[in-house]
Design a protein around this ligand. Sequence first.
Ligand code: CO
Length: 134
Amino acid sequence: MIGRLNHVAIVVPDLQAAAATYRNALGATVSTPEILPDHGVTVVFVELPNTKIELLEPYGEGSPVAKFLEGSPSGGMHHVCYEVDDILAARDKLVAEGARVLGDGEPKNGAHNKPVLFLHPKDFCGTLVELEQA
Ligand code: CO
């Protein structure tokens, strides 16, 4: 069911510094920052030949990634994002398999303006999983 690895997301305490590290030390192409108020994050994407790295910084009050930084102040891996052809069919199959979908279970528009869902880390080997409509 799952397709390509769309991105790996890393939460960082300082997005500008993290973008500079990827741009300068690692020589990567890094997008301009984009605020996603619905997700409580500011994001940049690092373009790699075979996938992307999403660098996330908390945005606004009650950002879901602010708590993550309390436990990992220098940042860390936050989630992996897999593409699926049909996000509603994927959700229904996963729920039938006993997986938990976070939030109200309805897809929200993600950073690429495509529908995304998040799956509970306890159901997926301790890793938060994002599904994105391909
Ligand atoms: Co993501």
